[in-house]
Design a protein around this ligand. Structure first.
Ligand code: HEC
Length: 280
């Protein structure tokens, strides 16, 4: 009895601390407004873990939106950010054919060295490169982090593979960040250094990423209006898929499990009736 009490108290204390730290993290920056996403999970979060609930069986990615988001990533974000956990061949999930993926990969170059003699540079002193293959990852646009920082006023553009998971309310934050720039520091806020931009949602407001998106930053192949808002939504959807490509499989597995449990319960109930029939 006593040990149960102590255990319950300890568990409550741990929960209070984890939930409390989540709240503290959230309050240090303004909370981004909630958006409607087709892939939005019902948000039952316990100690940082996303617990899928019955409602989540309807979550899905809109493939057309993912393709548009990929276009934005490829044409805009990928000139500074890598996507280390996604290989070109993973794009088959978006509906690209094998040939299309080969073509996309071939637009990129990856380091080819060292060669058979152990050389990493060619005769002109340039790095040995080859066209990328479907199995290669969306590589960093810079040869190393120092080069990335040198071209970005000392700030490192982070890898975006898990960005929607690495930030509190990831997709809402990302959308807010991409649409939350102001040309001038608004009244009532401290001035920021010249080489930074003012963003409403970035902690501290001074961000080293100049506004990457604007109306018509990318021309969509499917004719969707190319507004800043649309670009931000689409690239957020794409990066949410990149962070959790197995989301839909998990949701449909959930549906099968729930279906199985219902049928199994009916069978068990019928069996129980059968066994107890004579005794009632
Ligand atoms: C010209 C280079 C450049 C481009 C293009 C660019 N970024 Fe960035 N990005 C940066 C840099 C530099 C940082 C680091 C900012 C800092 O720490 O102040 C950054 C940071 C970020 C962050 C992290 C913010 C945080 O909370 O720490 C996200 C998310 C992000 N970028 C998304 C994007 C997306 C999405 C695109 C494409 C639409 C994009 N970026 C295009 C340079 C770029």
């Amino acid at each position: 009895m006593k040990t149960t009490f102590i255990r319950t108290a300890a568990l409550a204390a741990v929960l209070a601390v984890t939930l409390g730290s989540g709240a503290a993290q959230a309050s240090s920056a303004p909370k981004p407004p909630m958006q409607d996403w087709t892939f939005k999970q019902s948000g039952l979060r316990i100690a940082g873990l996303n617990i899928m609930t019955g409602i989540d069986i309807f979550v899905h990615f809109d493939k057309a939106q993912l393709k548009r988001g990929f276009q934005v990533f490829k044409e805009v974000c990928n000139s500074c950010h890598s996507l280390d956990l996604i290989a070109y061949r993973n794009l088959s999930a978006l509906g690209y054919t094998e040939d299309e993926i080969k073509e996309i990969a071939a637009e990129y170059e990856v380091l080819a060295g060292p060669d058979d003699e152990g050389e990493v540079l060619d005769e002109d002193g340039e790095f040995l490169v080859r066209p990328a293959l479907p199995a290669d990852r969306f590589n960093a646009p810079f040869p190393n982090p120092q080069a990335a920082m040198a071209s970005n006023a000392g700030a490192l553009p982070p890898d975006l593979s898990l960005i929607t998971k690495a930030r509190f309310n990831g997709p809402d934050y990302l959308y807010a960040l991409l649409t939350g720039y102001e040309e001038e520091t608004p009244e009532g806020y401290e001035a920021i250094p010249e080489d930074k931009s003012w963003n409403h949602w970035f902690p501290g407001h001074a961000i080293s990423m100049a506004p990457p998106l604007y109306d018509e930053a990318v021309e969509y192949e499917d004719g969707t209006p190319a507004t800043l808002d649309q670009h931000a939504r689409d690239v957020t959807a794409f990066l949410s898929w990149a962070a959790e490509p197995e989301l839909e499989e998990r949701a449909s597995l959930g549906l099968k499990v729930v279906g199985f449990l219902i049928i199994f319960s009916v069978l068990l109930f019928a069996l129980k009736k059968q066994i107890w029939r004579d005794l009632h």
